[in-house]
Ligand binder design. Structure first.
Ligand SMILES: O=c1nc[nH]c2c1ncn2[C@H]1C[C@H](O)[C@@H](COP(=O)(O)OP(=O)(O)OP(=O)(O)O)O1
Ligand SMILES: [Mg+2]
Length: 201
């Protein structure tokens, strides 16, 4: 098994919420995390239609720019009553001419469920695909899924993105109502990260 021997890792993301979560998960391993956003690296277009495909695009772009081993995260929420949408397009649903608006994206998600007459509980899964890419092209892929259901109206101030409407299975509160440590112990990203931990030297 290829181990990550560097104590510093580049995270190919421009998302501050992901950065904070993965930084917290790496900290106990003594690995410092810097992000593509912090380094001012360009944000590549995510043109694939799979989480793995888009994670690889981001990882490759950051690795080619720096020559460093890179971790990338592509994630999103799949809603059963919407046949898996927004899925790979979760971030796209938040796009506006003035940047991202996740209240708009969450509102659209709930409205489309209403329009289809989907009964509650409106089940959904948060998904994260992590790719660890070495400069020689070697890669490892890790996937985490967190099942749960959506609620309306949005609740909580923690976290980011769609956190205020997602209640993970076995809990009564949304991701956004949880302290960061609790979300980081149970989230889709945490589940993917636990597989990755085997690769940390
Ligand atoms: O834990 C999460 N809590 C709430 N929302 C989340 C989470 N994880 C992903 N999401 C949503 C929002 C994000 O915008 C989209 C992923 O899109 P995705 O392209 O992977 O990330 P991104 O564009 O925000 O950052 P980047 O591509 O630079 O890593 O799914
Ligand atoms: Mg993105």
């Amino acid at each position: 098994m290829r181990k990550l021997t560097e104590r510093k890792l580049l995270l190919a993301t421009h998302n501050r919420g992901k950065l904070e979560e993965i930084r917290a998960m790496m900290a106990p391993h003594g690995i410092e995390v810097v992000s593509a956003g912090e380094l001012g690296l360009p944000e590549p277009a995510e043109t694939e239609n799979s989480f793995i495909g888009n994670a690889r695009i981001k990882a490759l772009a950051a690795m080619q720019a720096t020559g460093l081993p890179v971790l990338a995260d592509d994630s999103g929420i799949t809603v059963d009553g919407l046949d898996g949408a927004p899925g790979v397009y979760t971030a796209d649903w938040a796009e506006t001419p003035n940047g991202r608006d996740f209240m708009q994206a969450m509102t659209r998600t709930w409205r489309e469920l209403d329009e289809r007459g989907v009964p509650e509980p409106r089940t959904a899964q948060f998904r994260a695909t992590l790719i660890l890419l070495w400069p020689d092209g070697h890669e490892e892929i890790f996937e985490g899924v967190a099942p749960g259901h959506l609620v309306w109206p949005p609740r909580g101030e923690q976290g980011h993105g769609y956190d205020p409407i997602f209640v993970p299975e076995g809990h009564d509160v949304t991701y956004a109502e949880m302290p960061a440590e609790q979300k980081n112990a149970i989230s889709h990203r945490a589940r993917a990260f636990r597989q990755l931990e085997a690769f940390l030297a």
